[in-house]
Design a protein around this ligand. Sequence first.
Ligand code: FAD
Length: 155
Amino acid sequence: MDDRLFRDAMGKFATGVTVVATEVDGKVHGMTANAFMSVSLNPKLVVVSIAEKAQMLEKIKQSQSFSINILSAEQQEESMIFAKQIKDSREVVFDRLGGIPVLPGALAQVVCEVSAEHVEGDHTLFIGRVKEIKLDETNQEPLIYFSGKYRSLAE
Ligand code: FAD
């Protein structure tokens, strides 16, 4: 099957956008990801799918922890920075939650320890056991991704 057809079909699934963040040797690494979902309530588990070519893969393998930061409509620039869609490097300041780097301004910051890893094709699924959560209380709108473009709920 043609890759384009597969990508186009999967792009019809509208999602939010997250930035995954982790820290190795005192250096924070962030990556934009929308292949994220909630897995289990008891115990509280989530999953994120990371490409084998992504730098993030080795970073999470080393740190065994990560945060998922669900982006607000105001954070398209952050999404573009952490997806390399903005090429020039920008300084991004991270907060900490339970000792793990989290992105300020996110709708939700979810801190996880790696509970399991599954290599599936050219991606690795990281199951995260949720340790801490911080919600933004300002009722911001989410950033949406659909058909390869950033969108907002208002559209
Ligand atoms: P790099 O490409 O090296 O880093 C990513 C970017 O973040 C670079 O520009 C880097 O300079 C910057 N950066 C990293 N850390 C910092 C920091 N501390 N301060 C400032 N800048 C920093 N890929 C997946 O594997 N899974 C997905 O679910 C997924 N979903 C995506 C959803 C969307 C909407 C988009 C646009 C892309 C998605 N991608 C996904 C692709 C992925 O975001 C990119 O391929 C990304 O560039 C891979 O990051 P990397 O870990 O290889 O690191």
